[in-house]
Design a protein around this ligand. Structure first.
Ligand SMILES: [Zn+2]
Length: 121
């Protein structure tokens, strides 16, 4: 999955969901929906390969674990504790703030780490 939103907490949401629901890497994250004020439903699909050799999700099995914002926050804190990288910008020091066709993705310094990319002591 790639999108501006995915750069943020969605990566933590995905790893929290994979751990809680035992979803391995052969399943792809294909959808992410805010279904409740404090929870996100993730949809993972196990892709098939067509006779033409292409990957398809048509008719594929799906898993739809729900992750709460508290679980996503816990995953972010675990990420920071184990890597030392800021959990919002993944150590880059900048976060996407918009996108345009002409300029591509625009970035601004990360608020959480003040642009350092490291966790605060
Ligand atoms: Zn940061």
């Amino acid at each position: 999955m790639s999108s501006i939103f995915y750069e943020f907490r969605a990566r933590h949401a995905e790893s929290a969901a994979r751990r809680a629901a035992h979803v391995d890497v052969t399943w792809d994250l294909i959808r992410l929906e805010a279904v409740e004020p404090n929870a996100v439903r993730m949809t993972f699909a196990n892709p098939r390969t067509t006779r033409a050799g292409k990957k398809t999700y048509r008719g594929a099995a799906t898993l739809t674990p729900l992750v709460t914002h508290a679980e996503i926050d816990a995953e972010l804190r675990t990420y920071e504790a184990t890597t030392g990288h800021c959990g919002d910008c993944f150590g880059k020091g900048k976060v996407p703030c918009g996108h345009s066709v002409a300029e591509g993705t625009r970035y601004q310094p990360c608020d959480r780490c003040s642009g350092t990319g490291r966790t605060k002591p």
